[in-house]
Design a protein around this ligand. Structure first.
Ligand SMILES: [Mg+2]
Length: 367
């Protein structure tokens, strides 16, 4: 394999409308942004992506391409470090981290393809099957939309775990929140796990009161971002006072973020997003940090990317099968996985097995 160097780093960005307007406790949206990165060495190309601002494409075309071109594509630790150093003055957390994530994933895909191995085999598997949970349940939905989506997951796809959004309008409508949790429990029956995500909408005391009602009335076992994930004291307070698990981590753009989150004992399960934290290289670092603290991890969003990396750590709990990304990955990528018995099983294809359908997405291209 000697002598081969990276000849090209390329990117494109897309803006894809949601099916209907969507909102959680603290944000509303009607489009999803997708940044795709490719890395080419000799006759092979690896591909990665992030659900992130199109501004990241500018960094990929500029600084990250300059940091990688001409180098050995197999030495991912060195390449990852070079990318992190290159964006120092741009601010590594945030948009730069999403750009690094997309390129790091492309590097891992390229490496696996060069070795003619499935990415899951290259990483090594702790779990052959990766449990997922259906995730969506937006606050903009009426009851019928909520019912249809929940039945899609628990019925059609046989996924025994689901999550809905709560904390509507910054926690100002707790009556409707509780009614929607009641509806969800009724639809999914007694045998599925019910999770909620407030996206930081509540105050700590509000979250504690709500948690008691949800646990006692509807057996909710997972309460994500009950308060802002920037409020570590608040997270820890809620965690100390409730029976369900308290979780966070989706805004972690570098491993050091998680060092603090974990050290301050804020969460029962650490959520890590491979498209934000710095790709597969950084996702693994955080998962191992969590393992050293006897914590499990959960992959946040981008299910078809997490299927490979998440199965490689023993302390995996599950991966989020997020509605917007389920739609986009099935529509714009060949090789998207179909859930079986509540899990994703990585394919035997070399790399991550996904091929981006650029021609189909061209009408959505913005950069
Ligand atoms: Mg969340």
């Amino acid at each position: 394999m000697g002598g081969v160097t990276i000849s090209q780093v390329a990117t494109a960005a897309y803006e894809i409308p949601t099916e209907t307007p969507e909102a959680d406790g603290t944000l509303a949206w009607d489009t999803t942004n997708l940044v795709v990165a490719t890395v080419t060495a000799a006759d092979l190309t690896g591909m990665g992506f992030s659900y992130a601002s199109p501004a990241g494409a500018n960094l990929i075309d500029g600084r990250l391409a300059a940091a990688l071109t001409g180098r050995d594509p197999m030495n991912i630790p060195a390449l990852h470090e070079a990318m992190s150093r290159a964006v120092r003055n741009d601010g590594r957390p945030g948009i730069a981290a999403t750009a690094i994530s997309a390129v790091d994933i492309a590097l891992w895909d390229l490496k696996a393809r060069r070795l003619d191995l499935p990415l899951a085999t290259l990483l090594g598997q702790a779990h052959r099957e990766v449990p997922i949970y259906g995730s969506g349940g937006f606050t903009t939905y009426d009851d019928q939309q909520t019912v249809d989506q929940l039945e899609h997951w628990t019925g059609e796809l046989a996924i025994p775990r689901v999550k809905i959004k709560v904390g509507e309008s910054w926690g100002s409508d707790p009556t409707r929140d509780l009614a929607r949790v009641r509806l969800a429990r009724r639809v999914i029956g007694d045998n599925a796990d019910l999770f909620v995500d407030a996206n930081g909408a509540y105050t700590a005391k509000q979250a504690i009161r709500f948690a008691h009602q949800m646990v006692e009335g509807y057996r909710v076992t997972w309460f994500e971002e009950p308060v802002s994930s920037d409020d570590h004291a608040g997270l820890r307070h809620v965690r100390d006072m409730v029976d369900c698990d308290v979780t966070a981590g989706e805004y972690g753009y570098q491993p050091s973020y998680f060092a603090t989150l974990i050290a301050e004992e804020t969460v029962d399960c650490v959520q890590i997003d491979v498209t934000r934290v710095g790709g597969i290289t950084a996702w693994l670092a955080v998962a191992h940090l969590a393992a050293a603290h006897n914590l499990q991890v959960s992959g946040h969003c981008a299910p078809n990317l997490h299927a490979h990396v998440a199965g490689s750590v023993a302390n995996l709990r599950h991966v989020e099968y997020f509605w917007d990304h389920e739609r986009i990955e099935n529509r714009y990528f060949d090789g998207a996985l179909t859930p079986r018995g509540g899990s994703l099983i990585p394919s035997d294809t070399p790399g991550h097995g996904l091929t981006f359908k650029a021609t189909d997405a061209e009408e959505r291209r913005v950069a």
